[in-house]
Design a protein around this ligand. Structure first.
Ligand SMILES: [Zn+2]
Length: 437
C-alpha cells in the first residue's frame, strides 16, 4: 500500500493518507493545438482530458472489460467531446485500438498511443499544450504579498496558509495564528521514506497541503484542550489510560489489514499518541482529521461556487483521502470502550465519568458526519462528480469499519452525550471547567 505521511517533528502525531493509484497513460494528438490524454486506473476508473491552448475539458468515469476489450461509461453529464465514452475498444501493449484485428496483431494503434512521459503524470489541470497549470492566471492575481529576501520559506508558507484559510476556510486562520504547523515544521514521508521539503512556496505546491496543515496545526492547538471547530474548544482532564493496541484482542483477525490507519495509530509498538495515550490520543486524531477534512471541503465549496473546478478538485481529492478516518477513529474509540469495559473496568469507569471527554467526542462526531453529508449533497446539487469519484476510490477503507461499527456502535451510543450540539454545548460542560476559544 502506498502511503503519504506527514509527521510533526518532536511530536508523536501523524497525518497519513493513501497515495492515488498509478494510471496507465494513453494519448491522442488530434492537431498541434489539441491533445487528448486518457488515464486508466487499476481500480477501473478513467480520467479523460482534452487539452487545447485556451482550455481543458475533462471527463471521468469507469471502464469494464472482458480480457482486453474495454467499454467506457462516463459518470459526468453530457460529455460529447469525449471520444472513448460509450465505446468498446481493444487494449494492446502499444495503445488502444478501435479495430479489433489491428489490436490483436499489435500494429500501430489507430486510436490512443501508450505514453509514459513525466509531464503526463502531472495533475489533470496541468495543461499539456501550454505546460501551465490551468489556474495560473488566477494564481497570479492572488499571489501572496511580495516577500523580502530574508524571509524564510517557512514564514512565506505560513503567510500563504493564513491568507488561504481566511479566503477559503474561514476560521482556520485563527487556529493557524495561535499555533501553526506547516511545511518545514512537519516532515513528509512517502512509503516510510523521508522526503525533505523543497521550500517551494508557489500556490501550485502549497495549495494541496491545506488539509495537512490544518490537521497538524490542530494537533498543536490540542495541547490543553480539544478543538471542535474554530471558536469552540473543550478543556478535558485526563484520567488513567492503557494503550490502544491492547484492544487488538477483541478485534476480528482479518480486520487490521483492511483498516488503512490501523498500523500507524493503534498497532502494537506504535509510538503515536493515539496508541500510547489511549482514548485521549484517539480523540486528538479524531479532532485533527475532522478539521483537516472540514477545511478542505470548505475550500472546495467556495471554489465550486466561484466556478474554479480545477482548484476545487484538488481539495476534494485530498478530503477523500481523510474522510474515512471518521469511521476508523469511531471504530477505534468503540473498541477502546468495549475492551476497557471488559478488561480494565477502572479505566472505563473513569472515562465514563469524564463528561467533557464525552462531550468532545459527541461534538466532533456530529460535525464529521455533517461535513461528509454536506460533501455528498454538494456534488449531487452541483455539477461535479469529483467527490463521488474520489470518495468511492477509498470506500474500500471505510466499508470494513462501517460494517464492524454495526456491532460496536452501542459503545459509542453509551459514550455520547445525547442532545449536545455546538449551540448548547455550554450546558453540558462539567462545572468547574470552562470552554475556551
Ligand atoms: Zn494526526
Amino acid at each position: 500500500m502506498n502511503t503519504l505521511a506527514a509527521v510533526l517533528i518532536l511530536h508523536a502525531h501523524a497525518h497519513i493518507s493513501p497515495v492515488n493509484p498509478i494510471p496507465t497513460i494513453y494519448t491522442q494528438q488530434t492537431s498541434k493545438k489539441s491533445l487528448n490524454v486518457l488515464k486508466l486506473y487499476p481500480d477501473n476508473t478513467y480520467n479523460f482530458c482534452r487539452y487545447r491552448t485556451n482550455k481543458i475539458q475533462r471527463d471521468t468515469g469507469t471502464y469494464q472489460g472482458k480480457r482486453k476489450q474495454l467499454k467506457f461509461t462516463s459518470t459526468e453529464r453530457g460529455q460529447a467531446f469525449n471520444p472513448v465514452a460509450k465505446k468498446t475498444v481493444y487494449r494492446g501493449k502499444k495503445g488502444i485500438y478501435l479495430k479489433t484485428t489491428k489490436g490483436i496483431f499489435g500494429g500501430t494503434p489507430d486510436f490512443f498511443i501508450a505514453k509514459n512521459a513525466d509531464c503526463l503524470k502531472k495533475p489533470w489541470n496541468f495543461n499539456q499544450i501550454t505546460q501551465k497549470l490551468e489556474d495560473n492566471i488566477a494564481q497570479e492575481k492572488s499571489k501572496i504579498p511580495s516577500t523580502s529576501h530574508s524571509e524564510t520559506a517557512i514564514n512565506a508558507a505560513k503567510r500563504y496558509f493564513l491568507n488561504t484559510t481566511s479566503n477559503y476556510a474561514r476560521g482556520y486562520n485563527t487556529i493557524l495564528e495561535s499555533n501553526y504547523a506547516g511545511p518545514g515544521i512537519y516532515s513528509t514521508h512517502i512509503d516510510g521514506k523521508l522526503v525533505p521539503w523543497n521550500q517551494d512556496t508557489s500556490d501550485a505546491a502549497l495549495f494541496s497541503e491545506l488539509n495537512t496543515v490544518v490537521h497538524e496545526s490542530v494537533h498543536l492547538n490540542n495541547i490543553n484542550h480539544y478543538v471542535i471547530v474554530p471558536g469552540i474548544a473543550i478543556t478535558v482532564n485526563r484520567t488513567e489510560t492503557c494503550r490502544s493496541s491492547e484492544f487488538s484482542i477483541i478485534v476480528p483477525k482479518d480486520l487490521p489489514q483492511q483498516i488503512f490507519r490501523w498500523g500507524t495509530y493503534v498497532s502494537k509498538g506504535s509510538t503515536a499518541s493515539s496508541n500510547i495515550s489511549g482514548i485521549y490520543g484517539l480523540m486528538d486524531e479524531f479532532s485533527a482529521y475532522m478539521n483537516g477534512t472540514r477545511a478542505s471541503l470548505m475550500a472546495a465549496a467556495k471554489l465550486l461556487s466561484e466556478g474554479n473546478y480545477a482548484k476545487a478538485d484538488i481539495q476534494l481529492d485530498h478530503a477523500s483521502r481523510t474522510y474515512f478516518a471518521l469511521y476508523e477513529f469511531r471504530l477505534f474509540t468503540a473498541w477502546y470502550l468495549h475492551y476497557t469495559h471488559q478488561n480494565r473496568r477502572d479505566i472505563y469507569d473513569k472515562i465514563m465519568e469524564n463528561n467533557n471527554l464525552r462531550l468532545t467526542f459527541t461534538l466532533i462526531d456530529n460535525e464529521f458526519e455533517k461535513i461528509i453529508g454536506y460533501a455528498n449533497r454538494m456534488c449531487i446539487n452541483g455539477n461535479c462528480n469529483a467527490w463521488k469519484n474520489y470518495s468511492e476510490r477509498f470506500s474500500k477503507y471505510a466499508d470494513p469499519c462501517t460494517k464492524e461499527l454495526i456491532r460496536e456502535e452501542k459503545w459509542l451510543s453509551e459514550f455520547r452525550l445525547q442532545g449536545a450540539t455546538q449551540q448548547n454545548y455550554r450546558d453540558y460542560l462539567t462545572t468547574g471547567l470552562t470552554a475556551s476559544n
